[in-house]
Write a protein that binds this ligand. Structure first.
Ligand SMILES: [Zn+2]
Length: 60
C-alpha cells in the first residue's frame, strides 16, 4: 500500500539529541551523541521545534 510521508516533528521538550520524551527515553543511540541519556533541549531548540510543528500543521 501507499503510505504518505509523515514528517515527525519531535516534542518541543524532547531530548536535545533525539527529540524523544523524557519519560519514554531511557537510553537511545543516536549519532552523533551515541548512547546518551535524556538531555534538556536548549531554548533555541524548543523554539525551533515549536515553529516546525506550527509549519507542519499549516501544510496538512
Ligand atoms: Zn535522546
Amino acid at each position: 500500500g501507499h503510505r504518505p510521508v509523515t514528517t515527525r516533528t519531535p516534542n518541543p521538550s524532547g531530548c536535545q539529541h533525539c527529540g524523544i520524551d523524557q519519560r519514554e527515553h531511557m537510553r537511545q543511540w543516536k549519532p552523533p551523541a551515541g548512547w546518551h541519556q535524556w538531555t534538556q533541549p536548549t531554548q533555541d531548540q524548543i523554539k525551533a521545534r515549536m515553529r516546525a510543528r506550527r509549519a507542519n500543521r499549516k501544510e496538512q
